[in-house]
Design a protein around this ligand. Structure first.
Ligand code: ADP
Ligand code: ASP
Ligand code: MG
Length: 457
């Protein structure tokens, strides 16, 4: 059986972590499974590459070079500790030279286009996969490193591109069929693909999960395993809520809602392609193999809980004032959605009444300034920044249960916090609440305590 194993930044981030990967990989061979590994950069490296680009562009080339040296040394030291320095050097010297020249180039022209940024940020995965491959080879495993140039992107942009599935399927067949038939396990870079002009294009931050999903679907595998640094999908972000518990099984819609609204454990685009093909996704901890993790599936075993998990993300809240304009509500709504489509702005949450339409947008979207400018031509609006959408997710099978919304509002009121916007979809899976970001952690902790730990009877 073939499985896709995706290892995140912490799982790639140290010699110890790479030895964990080796033992996971070895145990799969012993079980007669064929593994395809999809890997992130070593933890923190993608951010450092981003910083390097900014420094070089802003005439701080010597700082950029210092940071480059530290990225290089981190990989070299890990290779040394794993006893594969000569192998790694053979694989990576030319790559490191390319990276150095690229940084110098940015420093000379003092310009960092999105295209160059994508190329620069792809080096993290290209280095980490070479390091892991060198180590797995040393351990006698039949592996080969691949840059994911066969993930064909739609060419929408260079930083958060979409994948063109039919083209990718063909390209993957052409490159991976023979090695797989020969029993070789590919070690593949996550995070990027190439567009129609064969230029590197990124899949968004955290996008290696999405790369894993694409490979799962294109290779006809049923299982994607996301190996990370927590025991599974938890009932809340463990950085905010210490009491967060592992969820054993969760439905894909529920998981998709939570990921879209900020549960960082999984990139939001990961689930849909796998589940559409009847597959399943596991979240596992690279550092705690005895824990079975979380299964994300179309048909989870029914759970007794009223609320399964809570997540949140930062947004801007916008209110359109429909009075005093000549367009009617129908026309404004139509124009708003046209605009969001044209400028690729996600409208995350919406509530409408006769006099006003309120909605939220993520505050880091590339076209946001352009969108706001066009919006002001359409209709007068008020924007409130530093808001958070809190997403409270119930299992699909609790539909119709009385009292969940009541408890949510009572809990928020008891925290002394005002709800600025609210919406619930008709399936009753997700309830969305907007509060000021400064009080969001406090509200999430209380909601977790009252709805997840002490559920409704
Ligand atoms: P990786 O580098 O392995 O992809 P990420 O940092 O992207 O790891 O995602 C894992 C992190 O997601 C965890 O360390 C945890 O802090 C955070 N996280 C946020 N919400 C959740 C949640 N509901 N369940 C599990 N982890 C979560
Ligand atoms: N290395 C990339 C990032 O930090 C992709 C990933 O880890 O999924 O965003
Ligand atoms: Mg991640």
């Amino acid at each position: 059986m073939m499985k896709i194993l995706k290892f995140g930044g912490t799982s790639m981030g140290s010699p110890k972590a790479l030895t964990q990967i080796e033992s996971i990989f070895r145990s799969r061979i012993e079980m007669g499974e064929q593994s395809i590994l999809v890997c992130s950069a070593m933890s923190g490296v993608t951010n450092q590459l981003f910083e390097i680009g900014k420094m070089a562009e802003k005439r701080r080339l010597s700082h950029a070079m210092e940071l480059f040296e530290s990225v290089k040394n981190r990989h070299m030291e890990a290779a040394e500790a794993l006893g594969v320095r000569p192998y790694f050097e053979a694989y990576a010297t030319a790559l490191l030279e390319d990276l150095k020249n690229l940084i110098k180039g940015i420093g000379l022209i003092l310009e960092l286009s999105e295209r160059s940024k994508a190329y620069l940020m792809s080096f993290g995965e290209r280095l980490s996969t070479r390091l892991l491959t060198a180590y797995l080879k040393k351990k006698g495993h039949p592996v080969e490193q691949f840059d994911s140039t066969f993930i064909k992107t739609a060419g929408k942009n260079f930083i958060k591109d979409e994948v063109d599935l039919p083209l990718t399927r063909q390209a993957i067949d052409a490159v991976l069929t023979t090695p797989l038939q020969n029993g070789i396990s590919p070690v593949i870079t996550g995070f990027f693909g190439t567009n129609q002009e064969s230029v590197i294009s990124l899949l968004g931050r955290g996008g290696s999960d999405y790369s894993g999903a694409i490979l799962t679907v294109c290779l006809g595998a049923k299982t994607l395993e996301i190996w990370t640094d927590v025991d599974g999908f938890l009932t809340a972000d463990p950085r905010l809520v210490k009491e967060a518990n592992i969820i054993q099984q969760i439905g894909f819609q529920e998981a998709a809602e939570l990921c879209f609204y900020g549960a960082k454990v999984l990139h939001p685009k990961t689930i849909r392609p796998v589940i559409e093909k009847g597959g399943e996704v596991y979240i596992r901890n690279t550092f705690n193999l005895s824990n079975k993790g979380t299964l994300i599936t179309q048909y989870p075993t029914p759970s007794e809980v009223a609320v399964i998990s809570i997540s949140s993300k930062k947004v801007d809240m916008i209110t359109l004032d429909l009075f005093g304009i000549t367009l009617n509500k129908r026309e404004v709504m139509a124009d708003l959605f046209q605009l969001s489509k044209a400028l690729e702005i996600n409208v995350d949450m919406i509530a409408a009444s006769e006099a006003q339409v309120s909605f939220c947008i993520e505050n880091d979207q590339e076209n946001r300034p352009h969108f706001l400018k066009k919006l002001s031509i359409l209709c007068p609006y008020v924007i409130k920044k530093n808001r958070s959408v809190i997403c409270i997710v119930s299992p699909a099978d609790v539909q119709g249960q009385i009292g969940i919304a009541g408890k949510i509002f009572t809990t928020i009121a008891e925290s002394g916090v005002s709800v600025e916007m609210y919406s619930q979809n008709a399936s009753e899976i997700a309830q969305l609440i907007v509060v000021k970001s400064e009080v969001s952690d406090k509200v999430i902790t209380k909601l977790h305590e009252n709805l997840v730990i002490r559920p409704i009877e």
